[in-house]
Design a binder for this molecule. Sequence first.
Ligand code: HEM
Length: 557
Amino acid sequence: MASKLNKTKDKRNIALVRLHETHTIALKAKIDSNVVSYENFCDNHNQFIGLIPDDGNAFEEQDTMSVTIILILLVILVFLFKYHWSRRHLYKLAYRLPGPPALPLVGNGLKFLCRHEDILDEINKISADYPKPLRFWLGSILVVYFSCPQHLQKILSSSKLAHKHDVYDLVKIYLGDGLVSNSGEKYKKHRRLIQPLINVKFTSENIKMFQKHIDVYLNKLSKHCGKKTFDVHDLTHHCFADIFGESILGIQMNAQEGKNMDYTHATMEMYTVGYARLMRPWLHIDAIYNRTKGKLEQDRITSITYKFIKNTILKARERVQANASDTNDTSSIIDQIADIIRRDPSVMNDEDFIYHMYTLYCASEDTMTIITSMLCVCFGMYPEYQQRAANEIQAVISKQNTPITFEDLTKMPYLDMCVRDVLRLIPIAPFIVRKLSEDFNIDNITLPKNCGIVVSIFEVHRNPEHWENPNHFHPDHFLPEAVRRRHPFAYVPFSAGPRSCVGKILAFAGLKLTMANVLRRYEIEADGKFPDIVLRSDITVRSSNGYKIRIKERNCI
Ligand code: HEM
């Protein structure tokens, strides 16, 4: 073995000496013909001589290193080849679809590293330049973007496309395996359990309880009566904290009396802190995020909300244990679920119970606050519609202090149209993001497994093809004949299909009830028109410049 190695070394040294001689002759020839100077010759020659080893060891080390480098390069190449080969369907699809030019590694991601206020505009700008569906790359993630009602119908109605995208893993930090962020078998089982609880009966029975908290809200508003412009957001937020504290969590939150503020604030902060991370891909890496201030904020928020809900569950369990036979289908959602678990503990574990309750609370309180506050602003900006709605309310309930019932609400079709149009202008979930768990065919395009899908509710709600006055508050969009002419999936404020909002009946009744109460007591004023409002998106859509209104007593009702 050793002699074989020596022979190889000898052969190589002989070869190098020969090469040396050839090199010397060649360079001498160049000096003779003045192509290189003598000094250059010496440098060049010495460099060359330096390459010849005293013995074979240096060569051996160099060889081992070269082989290692070649091997590493080969492994990387094989890995890259396998990675890209497994994604060949995505590349093929991306090649077929229109979309903005993408940079290596970041794709079109840089376009979305903008301010909250600009994100909706950025997406709309990209979308306006290409036919649909269009594609863009978020780093290595391919996303196909849909915004026409026919596509929305096919996507939202399909149970094959009901899987939330991996980006929801960041939402899971706050909402765990609650309905908004989870997918799969456990999700389906829990949805089947929770959805039927928030039904018409539950809604109509809870309307009385809503009224109690709305009365406090009206009194809080009275402090601003006849005074200067104020932002109605916080008062509205505290009112819905009380309403959903009682109907969902079974507790008296008393947020309108300034109680439980750390919890209500933490719930709001979750959107800002969560969104800041979501939009910065490098912060998705735990090792980086764990060293930031955001992580401290995230821990503080999750600790407050988790402890709070855990306590409400303990209380609900005690109530249910004490009055097992009293829990019925109009009891708070927490009591109903606690009772189901009491009878069959295998339906969900403690952790899932906590996250379901927190998810339901978050999904209801923030959405209702934004839409109600925006309804106040829109009525203030468009006094003619406000007057019409107020007249209708007066016709249904003539006495000022009579509580409004669920049945009364069904007799207010114009208020209904107003609420619907604000839900159009402010789609709470502007973009729904899903991930394909299997290939899916749409319009002769095969979307491959693992491809991301974005459904733009925001865009379909503003498309002039479906809306005669898309950027203004315009309740006539919902006149029966206009509704008949429109594709049903041109309007999906609660999404649709297997992942639609579980609280839509409660939400719609709650919005109408709150506004009927506000409008029968107050006249609202607000400056400007809807296009003056700057919208921003931090998971949900909201106004960037607040919800500023003035109010005065309405004398006629
Ligand atoms: C103005 C009020 C509301 C609006 C506009 C609204 C809208 C929506 C939308 C668009 C989705 C689909 C989100 C997605 O797929 O990413 C959704 C889901 C959901 N909403 Fe609502 N919502 C409202 C109120 C409520 C209320 C009051 C509750 C609870 C009582 C609620 C509970 C939920 C839950 C649990 C989900 C997740 C459903 C699932 O994925 O299975 N929402 N909502």
